[in-house]
Design a protein around this ligand. Structure first.
Ligand code: NAD
Length: 485
């Protein structure tokens, strides 16, 4: 485990500190680390908007100045093509930071509320205040974006933060641990690397908020640990996000957008279309269009394409291979697996039975089961029979169908005639519902997640104090208040 920090006396500066990376302490130092950040927070240093904006500017600069180091680390961990690292990791966070920097002053402004006549003269405001010292735990699939976007939101709200990158994407974890302290105020921010023992030790500490992104099993561990301290949690979890392609859909467009969601990052994307329900009248058309999309993106030998990534490790490759080996479908395209190379071909399945293993768990790999239906009521019923998904994608040209699916299902988010792109709309909160998680971030939602909405009523020290609500509850008070209160 390495943890990046410095003594509390170190001057706070968002600039580069080359001496920042030296001392990797063990987990018994965690209480001291949290105490140091609490002391930093207690000084009030994180509260001024100017400080928050400077930290965010510095974080944004890190993403630009260190692109080559992130490209190398993500290439090592996930075979991530450099463009995907830039677009889906660095620039997504950069855009988030840009939006926060543009809007922060407006979001942070006290919100005036109407005061009922009985409390006048007086004024009422909702004031956003930081929560304190928060913990952000990230997964390995988008290991930069899913650590730094929550971090940016927590900074915006004025918190001190401990970041825990995933040990599974180890090169990226080491890069984040090395670089972040060079750009951020070390009295307010630290990185703790490590796996289960280190995360367990972190979860024993008292935090003012925990944001966890990962699977639901660990989500439950996080929620249980947080409950001991009554710490609020945001859980960004996964699940099987479906796509529906109806008879009246633009099938070519649907194939393109579903393929984008499914084969980006080799299918290791929480908001990938996990599987597709297609109207049987357009099934053949969809398969032909998906084949075309795969070949046009990755060629006839995707294993040789520099634009197609790898599964994060051989364990996950074996897991995906196991889903394929279990059968319960025909392979329409792809199907090859090379465990040593951590390669799973972009794969499309057809004739998938509902009880096939691929339909039993989130696939989290480049394998796309396609199931058919004859009436839109069938996919709606199938979706409602499972856990509420993180995302739902609907391809149709009918407004009535859109309304029917929106009214008839629930999910964290929805795209109509698109997939994944709802994440890029700054005003749309990103988060799950039910098994796919709770709480949200991105844009203002992230600022709110890491803020306390404090209610403040102010009344003048010199004002009349009619005893209307005070005992004795005489008949005239009772009569008057029943008319006007
Ligand atoms: P992971 O294995 O990297 O785990 C996530 C974090 O939990 C890591 O930092 C890890 O160190 C920690 N962790 C693992 N086991 C732990 C334990 N027993 N106790 C305490 N901490 C532990 O990532 P993962 O869970 O494999 O990630 C994939 C899952 O995350 C998928 O289900 C995916 O859909 C979901 N996901 C959701 C989102 C979202 O935004 N909703 C984004 C990405 C991934």
């Amino acid at each position: 485990m390495s943890q990046l920090g410095s003594p509390a006396s170190q001057p706070a500066s968002p600039g580069i500190d080359p001496a920042a990376t030296d001392d990797p302490p063990s987990s018994h130092d965690l209480p001291a680390l949290v105490a140091r950040l609490r002391a930093g927070f207690a000084t009030g240093r994180t509260r001024p908007l100017a400080w928050r904006l400077a930290q965010l500017e510095s974080l944004g600069r890190l993403l630009v100045e260190r692109e080559a180091e992130f490209v190398a680390a993500l290439g090592h961990d996930l075979g991530k093509p450099p463009f995907e690292t830039w677009a889906a990791e660095l620039r997504v966070v950069g855009r988030e930071i840009d939006e926060i920097r543009r809007q922060l002053r407006r979001w942070a402004r006290p919100e005036r509320q109407k005061v009922p006549w009985i409390l006048r003269p007086g004024s009422a405001h909702v004031v956003r205040e930081p929560l304190g010292v928060v913990l952000v735990i990230a997964p390995w699939n988008f290991p930069v974006q899913l650590l730094l976007a929550p971090l940016a939101a927590a900074i915006a709200a004025g918190n001190a933060v401990v970041c825990k990158p995933s040990e599974v994407s180890s090169a990226t974890s080491a890069t984040l641990a090395r670089l972040l302290p060079m750009y951020l105020d070390q009295d307010a921010f630290a990185v703790v690397e490590g796996g289960v023992p280190e995360t367990t030790a972190l979860l024993e500490q008292r935090w003012d908020h925990i944001m966890f992104t990962g699977n639901g099993t660990v989500g439950r561990i996080v929620a249980a640990a947080a409950a001991k301290h009554l710490t609020p949690v945001t859980l960004e979890l996964g699940g099987k996000s479906p796509a529906i392609v109806d008879r009246d859909a633009n099938v070519k467009l649907a194939a393109s957008r579903i393929a984008f969601s499914k084969f980006l990052n080799s299918g290791q994307t929480c908001v990938a279309a996990d599987h597709v329900y297609v109207h049987e009248d357009v099934e053949e058309k969809l398969h032909a269009a998906l084949r075309k999309q795969i070949v046009s993106r990755y060629g006839k030998q995707p294993a040789r394409s520099e634009h197609f990534g790898r599964v994060v490790n051989t364990g996950h490759t074996e897991r995906i291979k196991g889903l394929l080996d279990a059968g319960g479908f025909d392979v329409a395209h792809g199907g090859e697996v090379d465990v040593d190379d951590r390669y799973v071909a972009p794969t499309v399945l057809r004739g998938v039975s509902a009880d096939a293993d691929v339909m039993g768990e989130e696939i989290f790999g480049p394998v796309l089961p396609v199931l058919t239906f004859t009436d839109i009521a069938e996919p709606i019923a199938a979706i409602n029979a499972g856990d509420k998904p993180l995302a739902l994608y609907l391809f149709t040209s009918s407004d009535d169908t859109v309304q029917r699916v929106l009214d008839g299902t629930s999910s964290g988010g929805v795209c109509v005639n698109d997939a994944i792109s709802h994440l890029l709309v700054p005003g749309l909160p990103f988060g799950g519902v039910g098994e796919s998680g709770h709480g949200a971030y991105h844009g203002r939602a992230g600022f709110e997640t890491f803020s306390h909405r404090r209610s403040v009523l102010r009344r003048p020290s010199r004002s009349i104090d009619p005893p209307l609500l005070n005992p004795p509850y005489s008949r005239w008070k009772n009569a008057l208040l029943r008319r006007v209160f």
